[in-house]
Ligand binder design. Structure first.
Ligand SMILES: Cc1cc2nc3c(=O)[nH]c(=O)nc-3n(C[C@H](O)[C@H](O)[C@H](O)COP(=O)(O)OP(=O)(O)OC[C@H]3O[C@@H](n4cnc5c(N)ncnc54)[C@H](O)[C@@H]3O)c2cc1C
Length: 322
């Protein structure tokens, strides 16, 4: 029997609406189950429809960018997962101000911005997420983060069905985190950048890419750094010192190349990844007395049968329910 939520959203949305749609293929870890409903939002009307239907039916929602920082539960997501479609891409440059659609991927955006003669955004070439995900996570690398350039973000509120303009100072941006409302979908962001030399910026991008290729397991599925760095130290160093490189559960393993990366093999499950995370947290706590905090966000109940590390909250920041 067809799912009435799929039927209702398919009638109301301009973008694609699919039932029981795999989310593993939408994430860089490549694990996890399906979403009850996956909506590719073509325009704000679609987001408004998702918000209204979820509120009325008591369903949770979640936004997925490039899935480059997401661990989706094996049981999947019991509500509506939203991906922003092509209508949420685009780059408009006006002097030092650049308005970017939230679905723009950072790596190609960094190159376009460098070529257009702006400086300081080369770091984003190595972060394989969207601008929307980067605002939510305050993504950053090589000594910079989005907070350095963000002027304001346009948020679509699923709770009210309205688009709002939020100055960067009100978003609670901190190290790999923000305090966006749980019903906020970032739909666009305005950056401010100084003018620079395209050749220098392209050279910086080439250097960053070469460094990443040399130091990170980029040819295996992963989600980037699994843990945030504790103050004054590096999670990778602590994990290596605790002897966890190569620690393996099922198809998930702590990378030999970079200890703060977990890589997955075909057949790996979200439970494998979550169990590796738990064991790393326990090993580093025992070895160094330091509590590591996962940077990767969970979607759904990742480990149903046993306790999660207390450092990893059950509530995904971008998942909301009425
Ligand atoms: C190889 C590799 C290297 C990486 N290197 C870095 C790095 O150097 N620095 C760094 O900071 N990160 C890094 N990451 C992690 C990841 O790329 C960033 O966290 C990125 O910002 C996530 O963006 P995303 O679009 O993929 O978001 P997702 O992973 O899809 O989602 C992450 C969170 O953001 C929310 N979200 C996504 N889109 C929106 C939106 N439009 N509105 C509201 N909420 C949204 C999701 O609900 C979720 O809570 C790396 C990942 C990989 C795989």
């Amino acid at each position: 029997m067809s799912d009435p939520v799929v039927t209702e959203l398919a009638e109301k949305c301009h973008g694609a609406v699919e039932g029981e749609s795999s989310l593993a293929s939408l994430t860089t870890l490549r694990v996890g189950g399906p979403a009850r409903v996956l909506v590719t939002a073509a325009q704000d009307e679609d987001l408004a429809a998702v918000g209204e239907v979820c509120r009325r039916r008591g369903l949770p929602w979640a936004v997925i960018g490039r899935g480059s920082n997401l661990l989706v539960a094996d049981a999947g997501w019991p509500g509506v997962a939203i991906v922003l479609g092509r209508g949420y891409r685009g780059l408009d440059m006006d002097g030092q101000r650049l308005r970017v659609g939230a679905a723009e991927p950072l790596p190609s955006l960094a190159v376009r911005i460098a070529d257009a003669g702006y400086r300081g955004f080369a770091w984003a070439c190595s972060v394989p997420g969207t601008i929307g995900g980067a605002v939510r996570m305050n993504a950053g690398a090589h000594g910079a983060d989005l907070r350095d350039h963000l002027v304001e973000a346009e948020l679509f509120r699923l709770g009210t069905g309205t688009r709002e303009l939020w100055p960067a100072s009100t978003l609670g941006l901190a190290y790999r985190s923000s305090e966006l409302p749980t019903d906020a979908v970032v739909v666009a962001a305005t950056l401010e950048l100084d003018r620079g030399d395209p050749a220098e910026e392209r050279a910086a991008i080439a250097r960053i890419r070469a460094w990443r290729r040399a130091h990170q397991p980029l040819n295996e599925p992963n989600c980037g750094s699994v843990f945030t760095n504790p103050p004054g130290d590096s999670a990778g160093r602590l994990i290596d010192a605790a002897g966890c490189k190569g620690l393996r559960v099922g198809g998930a393993e702590v990378s030999h190349r970079h200890a703060n990366f977990i890589v997955t093999r075909p057949g790996a499950t979200a439970t494998d990844v979550a169990t590796v995370i738990e064991r790393v947290v326990a090993a580093v706590a025992a070895e160094a007395g330091v509590t590591l905090h996962p940077e990767v966000r969970r979607l759904g109940a990742v480990v149903a049968d046993h306790d999660l590390p207390t450092t990893w909250s059950r509530q995904d920041g971008a998942a909301g329910s009425p």
